[in-house]
Design a protein around this ligand. Sequence first.
Ligand code: ADP
Length: 402
Amino acid sequence: MLNNLILVLNCGSSSLKFSILNPDSEKKYLFGLVERLFLPDTSVTWQYLEKKYQVCIGSNMSHENALDFVLNHIFLQAEKIFKRIIGIGHRVVHGGHKINKSTLINENIINIINDSVCFAPLHNPSNLIGIKIAMNKYPHLIKKNVAVFDTSFYNNIPKTSFLYAIPYRFYKKYHIRRYGAHGISHHYVSCKTALLLNKKFSSLNIITCHLGNGCSISAICNGTCVDTSMGLTPLEGLVMGTRSGDIDPSVIFFMHRKLNLSIDEIEVILTKKSGLLGLSEVSSDFRYFEKNYTLKKSAKISVDIFCHRLAKYISAYMSLMENRLDALVFTGGIGENVPLIRQLTLSKLSLIGFKLDFKKNLSLKSGKSGLISSKNSHMVFVIPTNEELAIAKETISIIHKT
Ligand code: ADP
């Protein structure tokens, strides 16, 4: 078992994460990230045998270009460990209404993921590129490709959370409902929280905030997710890097009717040009906002809106906790690395029992888990997510079952 490795591909909308790891020992042998796809200076960073590498692979590189570099250059470097790979795990954002759990990939599953593109237009197409290229490149593993879905974690959210207040037939006939996303990460940090608190998962009452390029928040009560901020697609909810999150749908009618923007143009605005990027008109990278919070008005207001929305969701989700909150959890690139966000958000929540320990918040090292609340507060943890490990564990368990 200890010899068995899993290759994990996480083909995101503008990035590609890859790793080769052992799901049992949790040892990562090789891992890396391609960033800035479709932008100038697409770059790849990776680590193999404790050594770090970084190269620019060109400008405006696509997922296909990035996979070509990763599979044909980086993985060649790792030929020795490659022989030990017994399966390939793929992150897939949306399974639509037809798939609700991790599954071996075959033609039918590919078709279902394809049919669900309308629910995750930024993500499912790139997820499919990763799947097809991996299946082609490694024919000996063709029956060992597993899709792990971000939507699976939300299988049991109640109708009160997942139904939109629109004519019921749109749900019955067209499956328009809230599906949630980022479930792999919310589930992973929930399991870690249960371990930290020494509690059974089934009795866990927590709120988890995944704050990365995409941002979402989930309410978990008695070990079941009872609400989450992402909706039909990963566009609803919190303010994100380039996505608007919640807006009045009439904004779309206004843009279309008064500004003559097409539906496609509006989709691009709301998914790729809004959020922190839209508000600041400079960047979606949180490092920029951290640096400029006290220096630039537009950076400050963008961050303040981000935290205002987050605090509103946390307060709302407190009402779903059935009289007890075990912990609030921050994770994702921003949640793990930006003390300012945690401080600004929690400062709005003292009335409902949150108090930050400023020293702990500031001194928590990147990549480490820790408690950042003071004694007379609900517990607040920072817990690094590890979607790749979660996907590898799911992949091996599905492979062993078949
Ligand atoms: P994804 O949703 O693509 O998985 P990540 O979880 O990697 O995203 O988070 C990306 C976000 O986290 C970006 O806004 C990035 O600027 C921010 N981020 C990552 N590391 C840091 C850091 N050390 N300091 C500040 N912001 C960070």
